[in-house]
Design a protein around this ligand. Structure first.
Ligand SMILES: Nc1ncnc2c1ncn2[C@@H]1O[C@H](COP(=O)(O)OP(=O)(O)OP(=O)(O)O)[C@@H](O)[C@H]1O
Ligand SMILES: [Mg+2]
Length: 259
């Protein structure tokens, strides 16, 4: 099972943002990190895959042409967690997850909902109101809502951007564990290159709507490419435990694709 993207185009009005993007098949059971500068087209790509932006090109999952599915079928298969969370709704945390599951016709919604909260270590928020949560708590609940639905492809737009050190790792570990145990595919936009390097099987680097690198973290994270794409002078080294680390020393010239 894999997700295949071929010759994808997305435009806002006359302005092309994703310009004929193709990737090698992304296999189920893997976590793909989508990285790249502000304005590169990362959110646009995820939204187009989820059917939230009009697109041209081919997207197939497990041999199924997802562009031919209706919106509900597509959303069940490929589920998107947005970068900007919608404003609070007057529901409790656990209740909001259960309501979403009931709409999707899931069996045992309460058990699934609680398991998602437990996996992210936020059971203590179950009875809190959605509109009375901190920014990071909202982000964790949004991820719990998505995990509970158990889509085959998780499209996560900066899932850790509001999280503290503990929960950044907790979320990435939970996503990795889910992906491997249930043979799902996760595509996560991450600005934290080191989090991407430590948790992703594959890195896809976007710049101005095009793929500039795709491969293992070791293949993609090269100082010359980081300079060209992000305009930073960086070292890529192994730490005392052998993990790949990107150490950014300074910003250099403004890269061409910058926001
Ligand atoms: N609704 C929209 N209408 C018009 N242009 C848009 C819209 N959303 C995004 N864009 C433009 O499309 C380009 C890609 O935006 P996108 O949000 O996909 O970038 P991104 O890679 O997710 O950036 P960031 O890291 O800042 O979230 C940018 O130039 C942006 O200004
Ligand atoms: Mg974005």
């Amino acid at each position: 099972m894999s997700l295949s993207i071929d010759e994808l185009y997305v435009a806002y009005g006359a302005r092309g943002v994703i310009q004929g993007l193709s990737l090698p098949p992304l296999p189920s059971g893997s976590l793909v990190a989508l990285v790249g500068p502000n304005g590169a087209g990362k959110s646009t790509l995820l939204r187009a895959l989820a059917g939230l932006e009009p697109m041209k090109g081919s997207v197939t999952h497990d041999g199924v042409d997802v562009t031919q599915l209706n919106f509900a079928e597509r959303a069940r298969r490929l589920s998107y967690m947005p970068q900007q969370l919608p404003p609070g709704i007057a529901l409790g945390v656990l209740e909001s997850i259960i309501v979403g599951l009931r709409v999707g016709g899931a069996e045992h919604p309460a058990a699934l909902a609680f398991e998602a909260l437990r996996q992210l270590g936020i059971e203590h928020l179950a009875d809190r109101g959605l509109d009375a949560l901190s920014g990071g708590q909202k982000q964790l609940v949004a991820l719990a809502q998505l995990l509970a639905r158990n889509p085959q492809v998780l499209l996560l737009d900066e899932p850790t951007s509001a999280l503290d050190l503990h929960y950044q790792l907790r979320v990435m570990d939970a996503v990795r564990q889910r992906v491997q145990a249930q043979r799902l595919l996760a595509v996560a936009v991450l600005h934290d290159i080191n989090l991407a390097a430590s948790h992703a099987d594959t890195l896809v680097m976007l710049d101005r709507g095009r793929v500039v690198a795709c491969g293992t973290p070791e293949d993609v994270l090269r100082p010359a490419l980081l300079a060209e794409v992000y305009g930073v002078q960086a070292r890529v080294e192994r730490c005392s435990r052998g993990r790949l680390q990107v150490l950014v020393d300074r910003a250099v010239l403004q890269p061409k694709g910058a926001a």
